[in-house]
Ligand binder design. Structure first.
Ligand code: SAH
Length: 253
């Protein structure tokens, strides 16, 4: 790859609403000549894109997009490549850095964090995470299903709050059901579960239920849903979930 003076920003745009995007991510866009991303995410930030050159491709074309962005930056331009949520959590940061490493790219690369689906969904549910948690993607496109099962079992046994990303897609309709069965083996059925669809987007909706009843909402769950399974201390308060941090063990309040 040619030596250039360009710069590549890898940004997360947050869950969807412009107010949920960091100022640093907005600055990266305004500094850039080229914006690279897929159409779903570009649509969420349209007002920020006027005057920008847009390079777009569909979902599943991440490697091509990463190469495009690196190529433009290596040519001397300032470029932003965008992910939903946080770019470092099931986002573009990993693949872009992998390719940059392989090609020994000689450009400045800055990863700008974003509000990930876990914290977006958690904020709508109250405070269901609070302490230690494990994020698990149920997509077996890039991770073997056996590994996903192993991680789910381990996280359940260790009493982590579990945040599920990619619970379903057109071709993976049963992964969520299988996941609930695995978690249920080692976690009480009364444990709270929160489902948040389209957090901070039009049509946002949330459900608070329990592990025993969550499969009643199987049809609600889709590829725009994040699910938070509480731990043994989590409880439901009205339409919220609270996981105590542990202050009650030390203080009276
Ligand atoms: N990089 C993204 C995650 C990409 S994986 C991030 O940090 O948030 C895509 C999955 O994220 C979706 O299947 C869904 O589980 C979750 N997700 C992303 N945006 C969401 C939103 N606005 N509301 C609910 N879930 C969301």
């Amino acid at each position: 790859m040619a030596i250039g003076s360009g710069k590549l920003y890898i940004i997360g745009i947050g869950p969807g609403h412009p107010e949920m995007m960091t100022v640093a991510a907005q600055k990266a866009i305004s500094e850039s000549r080229y914006i690279v991303g897929n159409n779903t995410y570009l649509d969420q930030i349209r007002p920020l894109l006027s005057g920008k050159e847009i390079i777009t491709s569909s979902m599943g074309k991440e490697i091509a997009r990463a190469r495009d962005a690196l190529g433009l930056a290596s040519g001397g331009d300032v470029v932003t490549i965008i992910s939903g949520g946080d770019a470092g959590i099931y986002g573009m940061a990993g693949i872009v850095l992998e390719i940059a490493e392989k090609e020994a790219a000689d450009i400045e690369i800055a990863v700008i964090p974003g509000v990930t689906a876990a914290s977006a969904a958690a904020s709508i549910l109250g405070s269901p995470i609070t302490g230690d948690f494990a994020g698990v993607s149920l997509s077996d496109l890039l991770t073997p299903w056996e590994d996903i099962e192993k991680r789910l079992s381990g996280a359940t046994a260790a009493d982590f709050v579990i945040v599920l990303y990619n619970p379903k897609s057109r071709n993976r309709n049963t992964n969520f059901r299988k996941c609930v069965e695995i978690v249920r083996r080692n976690r009480s059925g009364s444990v709270p579960v929160g489902l948040v669809k389209d957090a901070y987007r039009d049509g946002q909706s949330a459900i608070v239920t329990t592990l025993d009843d969550v499969l009643d909402f199987d049809d609600f769950v889709d590829m725009h849903t994040t699910i938070i399974i509480g731990n043994s201390e989590s409880r439901i308060w009205g339409d919220r979930i609270i996981t105590p941090r542990g202050y009650h063990r030390k203080y009276r309040y």
